[in-house]
Design a protein around this ligand. Structure first.
Ligand code: FAD
Length: 405
C-alpha cells in the first residue's frame, strides 16, 4: 500500500502529517494522562494495526494480544480502588477514543469487560463482591460480559425482560436466553440481568460461565461489523446462582441504567475515535494517491469531503469533552449520555462513509483501515441502545413527555 510518507518524500514541499486532533484537545490532559494516552496510541499503532484486519476478516479474536493488552494498565479505568486503574472520566474517554481510532472491536472488547461487566459490579455490587471480583478483572485475569439483550427483547429491555430469576433458599434459579453478548463465547463470567418472579424487578447476577451447569453459549456467526468481537447467544436452563452472586445494589432497571449511562458515554468516545482513524487514514491516502498526475488531495471536491470529515470529528470531540467534564463533576444524566451517543454515532456514520468514498475501490478493502471502520460504525450506531431509543430518552427529558410506546 502506498503511504503518505512516500508521497511526502517525493514532493518538494512536505505535506502535513495527518492529525485528527485539530483543536489540540490533547493539551487538556495532565502529564500523567497524556503519558497513558500516548502509551495506548503507540500500542494500538504498533501491535494492533498491523494484524487486526486479518483477524477481522477471519471473524476471530486476537488472543495473542491479550498478554500485552493487559500491560497497558487500563483495567477499571475511571473506578477508584479495588486494584482498578482509576483516573478521570476524561481519561477513560480519551483512551476509548485511542482504542477505537485503530480498532472499534478492541475498544468494544475493553468496553464490555471494563465498562459493562466491571461497571455493573462497581456500581451495583456489595463491598464483598467488589473486593472479590474487581481486582482480578482489573488485571484481566477474569474477563467479563454483560447479558441484558434477549433474542426477542432489545430496545424494550427496561420493561420487557423475559429471563426470569426465582429465589430458592440461598440460591436463585435463572431461566431464559440472552443475545448479542460481547465476549460471551470465551469469557469467564457474565452479568445476567433477569426479572425476579416475586417482585417483577430486574436484578443482576454474576454467573461463572465455565463451571455453572445449565449455562451455554453459541457464537453468533457471519457478522458484517465488529467482527473481531465474539458475540454470543446465551441459554440459561435452570441455572443455579448463589445469593452471594446477586448484585446487592441492583434492585431495579434503574440500577442497570446507571451502568448503561456510563457505557453510552464511552460509545460516544468510541465513535469519535473511529472518525479520527477514518480521517487520518483517508487524509494519508489522498495525499499519496495520484490521479490525473496529481495527489487526489489536491482536488477541491476531495478537500471538501476531508473538511466535512474533520468538522464532524472535531464537533464530536468537543461534545465528548464537555460530557467528560459533566461526568467528572457527577452531573452526567441519562439524557446527556443519550444525546452524545446518538449524535456522535450518527456523525460517525457520515464521516466513515465519506472516508470510504475517498478511497475509491480500496475503500472496501479491510487492509486500508477505512472500510473496516465504515462497517464497524454500523454496530456502534445500534448497540447500547439504538439511535431512536437515545433520542426518545432525550425527547422525554426536554419535553417532559415519554414517547417510548
Ligand atoms: C455488535 C453488537 C454487540 C452487542 N453487545 C451487547 C452486549 O454485550 N450485551 C447486551 O446485552 N446487548 C448487546 N447488544 C445488543 C444491543 O444493545 C441491541 O442490539 C440494541 O439495544 C437494539 O436491540 P435490537 O437489536 O433487539 O433491536 P430492536 O429493539 O428490535 O429495534 C429494531 C429497530 O426498531 C426501532 N425501535 C424499537 N423500538 C422503538 C420505539 N419505541 N420507537 C421507535 N423505534 C423503535 C429501533 O430503534 C431499531 O431501529 C449488542 C448488539 C450488537 C449489534
Amino acid at each position: 500500500m502506498a503511504t503518505a510518507a512516500a508521497a511526502r518524500k517525493t514532493d518538494a514541499k512536505a505535506l502535513p502529517v495527518p492529525n485528527g486532533d485539530f483543536y489540540q484537545l490533547v493539551e487538556l490532559l495532565t502529564a500523567d494522562e497524556l503519558a497513558l494516552v500516548k502509551k495506548v496510541r503507540a500500542y494500538m499503532d504498533a501491535k494492533v494495526k498491523p494484524i487486526i484486519s486479518k483477524y477481522w476478516s477471519d471473524d476471530a479474536f486476537p488472543f495473542e494480544l491479550l498478554p500485552s493488552f493487559k500491560e497497558l494498565g487500563i483495567g477499571g479505568l475511571g473506578y477508584e480502588g479495588y486494584g482498578c486503574a482509576g483516573g478521570s472520566q476524561k481519561l477513560f474517554g480519551y483512551v476509548a477514543m485511542e482504542l477505537a481510532r485503530v480498532d472499534p472491536s478492541m475498544c468494544t472488547f475493553f468496553g464490555v469487560h471494563s465498562g459493562l461487566a466491571m461497571g455493573s459490579i462497581y456500581l451495583d455490587g456489595s463491598e464483598e463482591q467488589k473486593q472479590k471480583w474487581l481486582p482480578q478483572m482489573a488485571r484481566f485475569e477474569k474477563i467479563g460480559c454483560f447479558g441484558l439483550t434477549e433474542p426477542l427483547i432489545g430496545s424494550g429491555a427496561s420493561g420487557g425482560l423475559t429471563t426470569t430469576a426465582r429465589r430458592d433458599g440461598d440460591s436463585w434459579i435463572l431461566n431464559g436466553q440472552k443475545r448479542w453478548i460481547g465476549n460471551a463465547p470465551w469469557c469467564d463470567l457474565s452479568i445476567i440481568w433477569a426479572r425476579d418472579l416475586a417482585d417483577n424487578q430486574v436484578k443482576g447476577f454474576i454467573v461463572e460461565n465455565k463451571t455453572t451447569p445449565g449455562f451455554s453459549v453459541e457464537k453468533i456467526e457471519h457478522k458484517v461489523a465488529l467482527k473481531v468481537v465474539q458475540n454470543g447467544q446465551i441459554t440459561l436452563k435452570d441455572v443455579q446462582v448463589p445469593e452471594a452472586n446477586r448484585l446487592q445494589g441492583g434492585n431495579s432497571f434503574r440500577d442497570t441504567a446507571r451502568v448503561l449511562r456510563m457505557t453510552r458515554y464511552m460509545v460516544g468516545w468510541a465513535s469519535t475515535g473511529a472518525q479520527m482513524g477514518a480521517f487520518e487514514n483517508t487524509l494519508a491516502y489522498t495525499q499519496s494517491r495520484q490521479q490525473f498526475g496529481k495527489p487526489i488531495a489536491s482536488f477541491q471536491l476531495v478537500q471538501d469531503l476531508l473538511a466535512k470529515m474533520l468538522g464532524n470529528l472535531t464537533a464530536c470531540q468537543c461534545m465528548m469533552l464537555r460530557l467528560a467534564q459533566l461526568d467528572d463533576e457527577g452531573k452526567l444524566g441519562d439524557h446527556h449520555a443519550a444525546l452524545a451517543k446518538a449524535f456522535c454515532t450518527a456523525k460517525a456514520r457520515e464521516t466513515v462513509a465519506w472516508g470510504r468514498e475517498l478511497l475509491g475501490g480500496n475503500g472496501i478493502v479491510a487492509d486500508y483501515h477505512v472500510g473496516k471502520l465504515f462497517a464497524d460504525v454500523e454496530a456502534l450506531y445500534s448497540y447500547e441502545g439504538t439511535y431512536q431509543m437515545q433520542n426518545l430518552i432525550v425527547g422525554k427529558a426536554i419535553t417532559g413527555i415519554g414517547a417510548f410506546v
